[in-house]
Design a protein around this ligand. Structure first.
Ligand code: ADP
Ligand code: MG
Length: 363
């Protein structure tokens, strides 16, 4: 079976603004037709720059971007057939909602009657059908963002780019809009490239996520793949909650390995690192995979001192000092007759080899 051609391809794309520092280093990324792909990473990691090169508002210093197999090199932004939504949605304040949404159609010289039909349809999609004659100043932040979304959808682009579109909204509205945008994506069969620094948002919405760090994609994977098989310590720390312990690799066989911690303890771990003994690695341990005072056989045990306990209803978070990492967190589920640790206690923690992943430093 042949692999379908990607809708978008970044090929060896680099970008520098000052002629020295590469803020996008060597971007190779295929975006599939119909997928919801998120560029996720901390501030300054090159997400917006990558999106702006795809939209046509920035020019790659090196490399090429293709859309449906065609190079975009000589195509100006308004001829790319790409809808764009930014965080500062920049609606025209003196125009009504309908006029704002009609704007891309007017630019494209679409007839008035056709404009009316399409604007009504786009406002319907974002559930603003009744507010077409208002001005932006008469709308809430969430409603204004819906207008921006309708304006990006109105000319029925195959590809929609969104850069932190929900950043200005409060938490509840943001979570609501995440679901709505996802539904619009599914219902219209759009391809969406979405930028956020919020890993929860990325996990909720995306088919695949490209994790950015210092201008380099560290991993491109499904949400589950990123959480369960992070490819390096940056991804493990950025996606979900994570504890790290440093050590030296002693031996690798068939996916498992042994890591010597700095106090001499030998840990049995799953191997997610390069296979040469003597290299420094980070052990990644998720808070929900660690047992406090484990009973019976368990591959790994370490001593810990309790720093703090925090009640969370269905579970308790216990912050520990483990080998000098004093921000080591364990999520403890309640069980009957269980002694609750308190600050100052020393206790043992345990974890299985499969729940402890040895990782390299980021690329
Ligand atoms: P992100 O969206 O991940 O926060 P950006 O792509 O906006 O990252 O920025 C990447 C780097 O490029 C940052 O160091 C930023 O300061 C720099 N940068 C972004 N835009 C410009 C610009 N127009 N001129 C100069 N430097 C810029
Ligand atoms: Mg940005």
């Amino acid at each position: 079976m042949s692999v379908p051609e990607p809708l978008v391809s970044f090929r060896r794309v680099q970008k520098t603004y000052d002629g020295e520092l590469l803020v996008v280093k060597d971007l190779n990324l295929d975006i599939r037709r119909g997928e919801f792909l998120t560029m996720l990473g901390p501030s300054g990691s090159g997400k917006t720059t990558s999106l702006m090169m795809l939209a046509g508002f920035e020019v790659p210093t090196h490399g090429e971007i293709t859309l449906a197999g065609q190079s975009l090199r000589d195509t100006p932004p308004h001829k790319r057939d790409i809808g764009v939504v930014f965080q500062n949605y920049a609606l025209f304040p003196h125009m009504t909602v309908e006029e704002n949404v009609a704007f891309p159609l007017a630019v494209r010289r679409i007839g008035k009657a056709e404009q009316k039909t399409r604007v009504a349809r786009a406002l319907d999609v974002v559930k603003l059908g009744a507010l077409g004659s208002r001005r932006p100043g008469q709308l809430s932040g969430g409603q204004q963002q819906r207008v921006a979304l309708a304006r990006a959808l109105v000319f029925e682009p195959k590809l929609v780019l969104m850069d932190e579109p929900l950043g200005a909204l409060d938490k509840q509205l943001r979570e609501h809009m995440q679901i709505e945008i996802k539904h619009i994506h599914d219902n219209l069969g759009l391809t969406v490239v979405y930028v956020t620094h919020d890993q929860g948002e990325a996990l909720t919405m995306s088919d695949r996520i490209a994790v950015f760090h210092e201008g380099v994609v560290q991993q491109l994977d499904t949400p589950q793949g990123l959480y369960e098989q992070p490819q390096n310590s940056f991804v493990a720390n950025f996606i979900g909650e994570n504890n790290m312990l440093g050590g030296t690799l002693e031996g690798v066989d068939a996916g498992s390995c042994r890591v010597r911690l700095d106090d001499g303890t030998l840990i049995e771990a799953r191997s997610g690192c390069a296979n040469d003994a003597g290299r420094r690695v980070s052990l990644s341990l998720r808070p929900e995979k660690i047992d406090i005072e484990p009973q019976g056989e368990i591959a790994n045990r370490l001593r810990a001192t309790v720093k703090e306990t925090i009640y969370h209803g269905d579970h308790m978070r216990v912050r520990l000092d483990v080998l000098g990492n004093d921000d080591f967190t364990v999520k403890m589920r309640y069980r009957a007759n269980r002694v609750v640790p308190k600050p100052g206690d020393t206790l043992s923690i345990g974890f299985a080899a499969r729940d402890c992943l040895a990782l390299d430093a980021p690329h």
